[in-house]
Structure formats: C-alpha cells, structure tokens
Design a protein around this ligand. Sequence first.
Ligand SMILES: Nc1ncnc2c1ncn2[C@@H]1O[C@H](COP(=O)(O)OP(=O)(O)O)[C@@H](O)[C@H]1O
Ligand SMILES: [Mg+2]
Length: 235
Amino acid sequence: MSDMNFARHKFYTDLTAGGHVLVAGATGSGKSVVLNGLIVQAIANGAQLILLDPKGGTEFGIYRDTLDCIGYAADLDEFRPALEKAVSIMDERYRELAAKRKRTSEDNPVYVVIDEFGDMMSDRKKDLQPLLLKLARKGRAANVRLILATQSPYKSIITGDIHANMQSIVALRTLDKAASRLIISEIGAETLNVGEALVRLKGEFTPHREKVPMYSDELLEKIALLRTPPSKRWK
Ligand SMILES: Nc1ncnc2c1ncn2[C@@H]1O[C@H](COP(=O)(O)OP(=O)(O)O)[C@@H](O)[C@H]1O
Ligand SMILES: [Mg+2]
C-alpha cells in the first residue's frame, strides 16, 4: 500500500523480509513496541493478520476491525479456531503449490502474531502446540509467518524445535545471561537498555545491537483507523 509509507521503517522491513520472527525479553523490555511495529509494517505491505492475545485481547484491540485482520483471539479459549484458520490457509496454499509444481507461495503474507505464546505452551500444550509447530515448520513456504513474543525464557517455552524454525530473532533486555543465551544463543541481552535489541536477521550468524524504533500510540491508532471501515471506527 503505497499510501502507507509513513508506516515503514528499516528495522521492521528487515525483520519482515525473513520468515518467522521471535521477540523475547523481560517484562517492560519493549515486546509490545516491536509487535506493533511489525503489525503496521505488515499492514503497509498488504499482509493479512491473525492476532492472538492470551490476556484479554486489549493488546491488539485497535487492529481488530481493520480490513487486514482476518482472525482474532482474545483469550486462550479462542486460540484454537484462530490457529486452525492459519493452518487451513497454509494447507490450501500447499495444495496450490503442488498443483502448480512450485515450491514457495507468491500469495500475500499472512502474519500470525501471538503475544505471550508461553501461555499456550504451558497451559494448552496438547491442544495447541501441534498447530503451532505445524505453522513453524511449514508456514514459511506458504507465506504464513509467525511472530511470537514471550517474556518466559525457558526451554519448555522456546523449545529447540521452535527456536530452530525462527529465521529472525529480536532479543530485548533479559534478566540474566542464561535468558539471553536461550533466546539468541549468546550472552549480551542482559546488558541492553529499554529501546535496544540484539537482532539476528535471516541468514546472519551473529546478532547485532540496534535501537528499536517506537511508533507513537497516536500514529498506531491513525494507521488502524485508516484501515477500519467507517461504520466500525471508534473515533
Ligand atoms: N523502542 C523503544 N523506544 C522507546 N521507549 C520504549 C521502547 N520500547 C519500550 N519502551 C518503553 O517501555 C515501555 C514498555 O514497553 P512494552 O513494549 O510495553 O514492554 P513489554 O511488552 O515487553 O512488557 C513502553 O511503554 C515505552 O515507554
Ligand atoms: Mg507487552
């Protein structure tokens, strides 16, 4: 969407150019700031959104009625249909690829954004984890991308399987070295200030330190309103 250039920033275009993205760091380290940056970037790129928030849906509320949002979950009970929708889009695209003898989809990206995905990994492991893993392993070729955020740097949450399938990683400030190592395979995130990140983009072996650009609430709301049909606008 060319009229959305004000919503683009190199930090976020670089991240969305890869495949799946992991965003991890302590509470207050800036995960929501990064998620919002990625979401408006996705909107500007003409992507569709499936937004999942285990804690009441307020995190992504302004995007809920945008034309770009095709799935929304406001608590863990609503995760299953939202994830199933993403999987069915992926499966459909795989069928098209097979029919066309192609390997990667040229369809518009679908971003499946999950805030605090640790909740589903711990509370709904049996029910939801297989869907998440399916998307992690097969989504990229179908242009169905995961954006996963967590404040829980544990092996039971950021499992080897999930970690290995994340092409881009944003490590925000962590509480200790062990958390940094688990998130980005190196120490260093424990020394970051709020607003800084260790970033490892697709194809890179070592992370680099970057300032994280923050969009103001006013700009985020402006973008969301622009993409919301007049009858559903709150302002
Ligand atoms: N990149 C940034 N630039 C400036 N301030 C930031 C940045 N990231 C976070 N902050 C500040 O820290 C606060 C908490 O960030 P938030 O994204 O809500 O953290 P988290 O989601 O990890 O708990 C923000 O409201 C903002 O004041
Ligand atoms: Mg947050």
